[in-house]
Design a binder for this molecule. Structure first.
Ligand SMILES: *[C@@H]1O[C@H](CO)[C@@H](O)[C@H](O)[C@H]1NC(C)=O
Ligand SMILES: *[C@@H]1O[C@H](CO)[C@@H](O)[C@H](O)[C@H]1NC(C)=O
Ligand SMILES: *[C@@H]1O[C@H](CO)[C@@H](O)[C@H](O)[C@H]1NC(C)=O
Ligand SMILES: *[C@@H]1O[C@H](CO)[C@@H](O)[C@H](O)[C@H]1NC(C)=O
Ligand SMILES: *[C@@H]1O[C@H](CO)[C@@H](O)[C@H](O)[C@H]1NC(C)=O
Ligand SMILES: *[C@@H]1O[C@H](CO)[C@@H](O)[C@H](O)[C@H]1NC(C)=O
Ligand SMILES: *[C@@H]1O[C@H](CO)[C@@H](O)[C@H](O)[C@H]1NC(C)=O
Length: 463
């Protein structure tokens, strides 16, 4: 374990990126409004030690990691795990497919959803051209933050909406919002994490809503129309008695204020405390956690006098050590507070960013990207955060299903809002671009499609 930490320690030093520091609260708020809710940082440093990734993952779940973690939420084991991998019959390249052929083949092969999940890694695949409608029409969903609403902000190209995720080893059923609503009726689903999880939450709300003829019984319980400022939001699908909630918790652990001996208030991060929430969610039916982008924040990546455990504030602690401690705190909390026969736990993996020519706060851009990456050579190595996450999850008592979307997002340099995170009226040359979040409709819709597939596979629990 120690050598593991040391390995990451050096790496962590490469992460320091300073943020411009605003002195006044007003400025800070402005800064927040314009920027913070947007991007948080460059991702996948090329310096990530790919070698460690291999070592760590291989002890995780030999053979197929992903299946083991899912199998624990699917009772029908023997059938489930022993399926040999389906052979891949598609030309899985970025090219048009014969739609009618595709469709008929799909119907054959989705006979049992368990088979799909057991026979292939649904996160290993590529993006193929697909001209069916997005899960909801651009501009049609009132619950998308303006910053993700590229259509409203005038993004002119739309090819990025014509791609569908296609796992290499199998066909997955298309998202069926009505079916999902029925599956989830009477239940509570909660997203807990940062603004990338908010991105996914808004996508799911809109995708489910898009399947309804009459949408007047879908609303945020407090009547809110913006989803960035509060720590808690809850959408109700009244006809299905379903809640789809978002709880803001960017680090999962608790942000803290410490009073120093000199009487100064200082911000720290309590690595030993799960973030308190205004609403209890440990007994929700489904919880989808994430954290990631905030761990490359200047304070966390430098780690000087910021990380705290009990009364101890570390003079210096590498971000990888801190991240590991925080995830272990989260894991302990899950293991002692969540009853896995009632609650299905997901963790959504790191979502790739695509800043070119700088970081998010130093001129990095993704403007004008209209096609995805198609050559794997140009993908980043599996990020260190994911390696740690996989290791922590593998040691938990509670089965946690990893939505391993890192690679699938890494292809999609074309899916970010870039300058279309803002309406034209306030766009300025040289403005900060959002190359972290995703336009909606867009890439997070596909994460929800995979969430849907995963729930189908565990349908004993959701029928
Ligand atoms: C997640 O996907 C990456 C490839 O993108 C792979 O290297 C890693 O092993 C996967 N993790 C699990 C737990 O399946
Ligand atoms: C359609 O699928 C059948 C078998 O499933 C195959 O023989 C045929 O070549 C396919 N047609 C096209 C145009 O891909
Ligand atoms: C697609 O496949 C269907 C059924 O196999 C076939 O009838 C049709 O001609 C094909 N279309 C094209 C454009 O290849
Ligand atoms: C709605 O679901 C909640 C649990 O989420 C349950 O307590 C309540 O009784 C349900 N109400 C109706 C009318 O079914
Ligand atoms: C939609 O549902 C609401 C509430 O059930 C109802 O009042 C309204 O008339 C419906 N609208 C349409 C167009 O059916
Ligand atoms: C967990 O939930 C199951 C099913 O509701 C229940 O039977 C069991 O007693 C619960 N376990 C604990 C430790 O609360
Ligand atoms: C991917 O890119 C590398 C490096 O530019 C190149 O050598 C390779 O041929 C490319 N592969 C494909 C399939 O285009």
């Amino acid at each position: 374990m120690d050598s593991f930490k040391n390995l990451f320690f050096d790496f962590s030093r490469n992460f320091g990126q300073s943020l411009p520091k605003s002195r006044t609260k007003g400025l800070f708020t402005l800064f927040l409004t314009l920027v913070l809710a947007i991007i948080f940082f460059s991702p996948l440093s090329n310096k990530s030690p790919a070698v460690t990734s291999k070592n760590l993952v291989s002890h995780l779940h030999p053979g197929s990691n992903y299946i083991s973690s899912l199998s624990s939420i699917v009772p029908s084991e023997p059938h489930f795990i022993s399926q040999p991998p389906r052979t891949c019959t598609d030309a899985v390249t970025f090219s048009a497919v014969n739609k009618s052929n595709e469709t008929s083949r799909m119907h054959e092969s989705v006979a049992t959803h368990e088979n799909i999940i057991s026979s292939c890694d649904i996160f290993d695949g590529n993006w193929i051209l697909d001209d069916s409608e997005p899960l909801y029409r651009p501009g049609s969903c009132p619950f998308i933050d303006d910053a993700f609403n590229c259509f409203k902000n005038g993004r002119p190209d739309s090819d990025y909406l014509r791609l569908r995720w296609k796992p290499h080893g199998c066909e997955i059923p298309r998202f069926d919002g009505l079916k999902m609503l029925k599956m989830l009726s009477g239940k509570r689903l909660v997203f807990v994490g940062d603004s990338l999880n908010r991105n996914m939450w808004e996508s799911l709300v809109c995708a489910l809503r898009g399947s309804l003829g009459n949408t007047s019984n879908v609303y945020e319980v407090s009547g809110r129309r913006e989803f960035r400022t509060e720590g808690f939001y809850s959408f109700k699908f009244q006809d299905f008695n379903l809640s789809v909630d978002f709880i803001k918790s960017p680090f999962l652990v608790q942000e803290w204020k410490l009073t120093t001996k000199a009487g100064m208030r200082r911000e720290t991060l309590r690595l030993d405390m799960i973030q308190a929430s205004s609403t209890k969610y440990h007994d929700a039916d489904i919880i989808i956690f994430n954290t990631g982008h905030w761990w490359t924040h200047h304070k966390t990546s430098k780690g000087n006098n910021y990380f705290q455990e009990g009364n101890r504030v570390y003079n210096t602690l590498g971000v990888t050590d801190a991240f590991t401690k925080a995830l272990k705190t989260w894991a302990r909390w899950v293991d002692s507070n969540i009853n896995s026969s009632q609650t299905t736990v997901f963790f959504r993996g790191y979502s790739a960013s695509h800043f070119k020519g700088g970081q998010w706060n130093s001129g990095g851009s993704c403007e004008g990207e209209t096609v995805p990456i198609t050559n794997d050579t140009y993908l980043s190595p599996h990020p260190w955060m994911m390696t740690i996450l996989e290791s922590v999850i593998s040691e938990m008592k509670t089965p946690v299903f990893l939505l391993n979307i890192t690679k699938m997002t890494d292809y999609r340099k074309d899916g970010h809002p870039s300058i279309f995170s803002q309406p034209e009226t306030i766009r300025r040359p040289g403005m900060i671009q959002d190359c972290s979040h995703w336009c909606l409709p867009g890439i997070p819709d596909s994460w929800n499609e995979l969430l849907y597939v995963s729930l189908l596979a565990s349908r004993n629990k959701f029928s």
